[in-house]
Design a protein around this ligand. Structure first.
Ligand code: E4P
Length: 216
């Protein structure tokens, strides 16, 4: 499974990237707002040190506007993926962008059928939001396994990019199902390295090493 970092905060992205945890980046208007910097400048800076795909979300509400934005955003970096919301205008745009060879990530997916429609339109990635489904009392992970089955049934090459991740548990469940990518907030990515028994083991080894070093 690939790990993307779900953030627009350059320093946090750098930190997890240096740990070897980052295969790509996803951003959205909320994350850009949180980072508090110019959109283009932020994406260009991320692209200067990340080689993998960087998702940049379009804001236009009609297909024509989305396509124009996509053409502009694509020039901001070497591996830009255009994020498009799941609706009729979005799907029109994805169809055209796919013809033009521009990679897309269809976002705000909350059902397996939406994912199938996006795949049929030619999306490179679909982003089902598991955490937001959990928030309203659904089991978000269920749509990941439904999407996996549907894509496998029809040999669809669109990648499942699990989004709105709230815990390491979401990531392990998504990996067991066979999702292609998890996009993860930096704090949760760092948690993946941790286990209380690892910390306990390190402390014990260091303590024991002290004893034999003293005898050297
Ligand atoms: C990423 O592509 C999504 O926009 C993001 O994971 C949404 O996460 P949230 O539900 O925590 O806002």
């Amino acid at each position: 499974m690939e790990f993307f970092v779900d953030s627009a905060e350059v320093e946090l992205i750098k930190e997890v990237n240096e740990m070897g945890l980052v295969d790509g980046v996803t951003t959205n208007p909320t994350l850009i707002k949180k980072a508090g910097r110019d959109h283009e400048e932020t994406i260009r800076e991320i692209s200067s040190f990340i080689d993998g795909p960087i998702s940049v979300e379009t804001l236009s509400e009609d297909a024509e506007g989305i396509i124009k934005e996509a053409e502009v955003f694509s020039k901001w970096g070497k591996n830009i993926v255009i994020k498009v919301v799941m609706n009729a205008e979005g799907m029109k745009a994805v169809k055209e962008l796919s013809k033009r060879g521009i990679k897309t990530n269809v976002t705000l997916i909350f059902s397996a059928l939406q994912a199938m429609i996006a795949a049929k339109a030619g999306a490179t990635y679909v982003s089902p939001f598991v955490g937001r489904l959990d928030d309203i009392g659904h089991v978000g992970m269920e749509i990941i396994s439904d999407i996996r089955d549907i894509f496998d049934n029809y040999s669809m090459s669109t990648k499942i990019l699990v989004a709105s991740i709230r815990s390491p548990q979401h990531i392990s469940e998504a990996a067991i199902i066979g999702a292609d990518v998890s996009t993860v907030p930096p704090a949760i990515l760092k948690q993946l390295l941790k286990h209380p028994l690892t910390d306990k083991g390190i402390a014990a080894f260091l303590e024991d090493a002290k004893a034999w070093k003293q005898n050297d």
